[in-house]
Design a protein around this ligand. Structure first.
Ligand SMILES: [Mn+2]
Length: 314
């Protein structure tokens, strides 16, 4: 449980602020989006002006959440407090106003690689998700829109309670949200059973690229596949998990061609491997079971490089 002294200080800081920018990382996932929406709606509920800032496209599967349409990539304005959510490092924030300073920044996150860049840091590596931390911070002072967003982040960051980050506390907090009115099937069906047909076609093409080496699986998306299906990069966020679904696969590597000279690499693992260590070798990071990095090389060469590195792991 988060200590009362931490919750009190959190409340104290937000109570003193009036215009608050709440932001999360590029390529936002369900936890980034859920936490940004939940906290912003909560701040508005207690009479603050909150801006939800994500400098990127927002995956469509979360459009059922109240507040989704208020997420903006425009950070112009005057703020007296910044809240960073689900980000291990501030360098992922791209395009934030230059006057942003450490003195006015709350940093709420669950990445163990967090660099404690805020003036007040609530970093809980044992928690499944940033939304789970917010569940305890907000407690019974929320409403159903807030609780739905929080449950969405817990659900997606745990892979529907499948990943190794799922523990007793995770379920306790999920049950707390259910007691507050969240209907699990409503969230699951909205997140996982409303896929756009072009995304399903992209998934089919992507699965065709799967290659297996012992207990490791490689999969990629290139720009041609996006063109062919009409899908876009924000449709590819949730595809990563498919690298791990086969029997005997312990590590999944998913590569996305961002441009002719930039490739995004996502790593996933079950229990055997700590992919955070691997991602760090390439300047990235994340968690034991989910991490990523950017490589300034084309897709083909990146695949070669990563294979060379990763196939040595036992
Ligand atoms: Mn997260």
């Amino acid at each position: 449980l988060i200590e009362k002294i931490v919750i009190d200080k959190f409340n104290d800081i937000i109570n003193k602020a009036s215009n608050i920018l709440v932001f999360a990382h590029k390529r936002p996932d369900g936890d980034a989006i859920g936490s940004i929406i939940a906290l912003s709606l909560y701040l508005e509920l207690i009479g603050k002006n909150a801006t939800m800032y994500i400098p990127d496209d927002i995956p469509a599967e979360y459009d059922f959440l109240v507040g989704y349409n208020k997420i903006t990539n425009n950070s112009d304005g005057k703020y007296d407090l910044f809240v960073s959510l689900d980000q291990s490092d501030i360098s992922r924030t791209y395009g934030l106003p230059l006057y942003i300073t450490k003195e006015l920044m709350i940093n709420i996150d669950h990445h163990k690689s967090n660099t404690y860049f805020g003036s007040f840091n609530i970093v809980m590596p044992d928690y499944s998700s940033t939304c789970e931390i917010l569940t305890e911070l907000i407690g019974d002072k929320g409403n159903i829109d807030i609780y739905n967003a929080l449950y969405t982040g817990i659900l997606t960051d745990t892979g529907s309670f499948k990943y190794a980050n799922t523990n007793r506390t995770t379920f306790k907090n999920a049950i707390y949200l259910i007691d507050c009115g969240v209907e699990p099937a409503y969230i699951s069906q909205n997140v996982f059973m409303r896929m756009k047909k072009k995304k399903l076609k992209l998934l089919a093409l992507t699965l065709n690229t799967l290659e297996f080496y012992d207990d490791k699986a490689f999969m990629y998306i290139n720009q041609n596949m996006l063109k062919e299906t009409g899908a876009n990069m924000s449709d590819t966020e949730s595809i990563t998990g498919y690298t791990l679904i086969t029997r005997g696969t312990e590590m999944g590597i998913f590569l996305r061609e961002e441009s002719a000279s930039k490739t995004r690499v996502s790593f996933r693992s079950k229990n055997k491997y700590d992919v955070d260590i691997i991602a760090k070798e390439f300047g990235g990071g994340g968690h034991k079971n989910a991490a990523g990095c950017n490589i300034d090389m084309n897709l083909k060469d990146t695949i070669k490089l990563i294979k060379k590195e990763v196939l040595e792991y036992e």
